[in-house]
Design a protein around this ligand. Structure first.
Ligand SMILES: NC(=O)C1=CN([C@@H]2O[C@H](COP(=O)(O)OP(=O)(O)OC[C@H]3O[C@@H](n4cnc5c(N)ncnc54)[C@H](OP(=O)(O)O)[C@@H]3O)[C@@H](O)[C@H]2O)C=CC1
Ligand SMILES: O=C(O)[C@@H]1CCC=N1
Length: 298
């Protein structure tokens, strides 16, 4: 296996490489894909980003990427390929690239779609699953990575993903759960932040101050827990004065079931990823033999 880098030397599995020598393809450079493209570009890689609509391709070009709707071209030119389309858009994409991926590392960030399905639809590719999050925009993604058994390009893939933040290698059984906790995490945390800001407004703090009070408290708490190895419950107890204000707030939160709501939410989101896999598998079977591969979908 030795995918050739456009205008550069080929990258052999296991050999030393410099990120700045690489050309990578990001297929489906929408919300997360364009953040991935920026992260990879900031590490010096040449990025070929793809999209369907002329508007998105124009926007990607304005951001300084080589951009095209030709996925097969992007794959042929790249040493490593990243797939960031929506799961239901995958069958159509797979049919466009299936003949060009053999011997290359191909990393899917799509929720739900298992290695088994990726392998079946991308013959000869070394397929990986990764689950980054939106915080890659500030180089703080917590990216889960599932490598295939006997992976030859794992170090290369990890180095590329590290341009978005930290990378955690996982067994495939955990990636749907990681998707719910870390992939969806920024949305859940943003919802909490929004609620806390509303709460601050309710007790009379002006909006701009409320935003700072909440954001700084969240960043500070995360940094505290990173810097000092204490359990979150211990931090909570250190803040909670007997008969004071904190216990008054905690009692209400406990009564309204915040913890069980979050546990439920994450369990349901994890199960949703598994159902997605079944839906896409059915779609692939339905569209077998259709060269558009369900490409008429939105
Ligand atoms: N959003 C997030 O925070 C995260 C998302 N993910 C996963 O990433 C994937 C993308 O999500 P998100 O970025 O939110 O979705 P978006 O809809 O923003 O991006 C998808 C992009 O794919 C493009 N696209 C669709 N079909 C094709 C095709 N055949 N060829 C080229 N481009 C194509 C679309 O192009 P056009 O705009 O031109 O239609 C669009 O820009 C999903 O599978 C999701 O599970 C993973 C981690 C985090
Ligand atoms: O909502 C979703 O399905 C995707 C996966 C993780 C974040 N967004």
């Amino acid at each position: 296996m030795s995918p050739r880098v456009a205008g550069s030397h080929p990258v052999h599995a296991g050999c030393r490489f410099r990120l700045s020598d690489l050309t990578v393809a990001v297929l489906g450079a929408g919300k997360i894909g364009s953040i991935m493209a920026s992260s990879f570009s900031s590490c010096g890689m040449h990025v070929i980003a793809t999209a369907r609509s002329r508007e998105r391709i124009e926007r990607l070009r304005m951001q300084g990427f080589e951009a095209t709707s030709d996925n097969a071209y992007a794959v042929r030119k790249a040493s490593a390929v990243f797939i960031a389309v929506k799961p239901y858009q995958y069958p159509a994409l797979a049919r466009q690239i299936e003949g060009h991926v053999a011997g290359k590392p191909v990393v899917s960030v799509m929720a739900g779609i298992p290695l088994r399905l990726l392998r079946k639809t991308l013959p000869g590719a070394e397929v990986y699953r990764a689950m980054p999050n939106l915080n890659a925009a500030v180089k703080r993604s917590a990216t889960g990575l599932v490598a295939p058994p006997g992976a030859q390009y794992k170090e290369l893939v990890k180095s590329i993903l590290s341009c978005m933040g930290r990378v955690y290698e996982l067994p495939e059984q955990l990636i749907d759960a990681w998707t719910a906790v870390a992939g969806s995490g920024p949305a859940i945390i943003a919802e909490f932040i929004d609620s806390m800001i509303l709460a601050a407004l309710a007790v009379g703090i002006p909006r701009d101050l409320a935003y700072d009070a909440v954001l700084e408290s969240i960043i500070g708490t995360a940094e505290y827990l990173r810097a000092r190895p204490v359990h979150p419950a211990q931090l909570r107890d250190e803040v909670t004065t007997p008969g004071g204000t904190t216990i008054t707030a905690l009692k209400i939160i406990e009564g309204k079931g915040m913890k069980s709501a979050l546990i439920d939410a994450v369990e349901k989101a994890t199960a949703r990823a598994a159902r997605l896999a079944r839906e896409i598998e059915a779609m692939l079977e339905e569209t077998a033999g259709d060269p558009q591969g369900g490409g008429g979908q939105p």
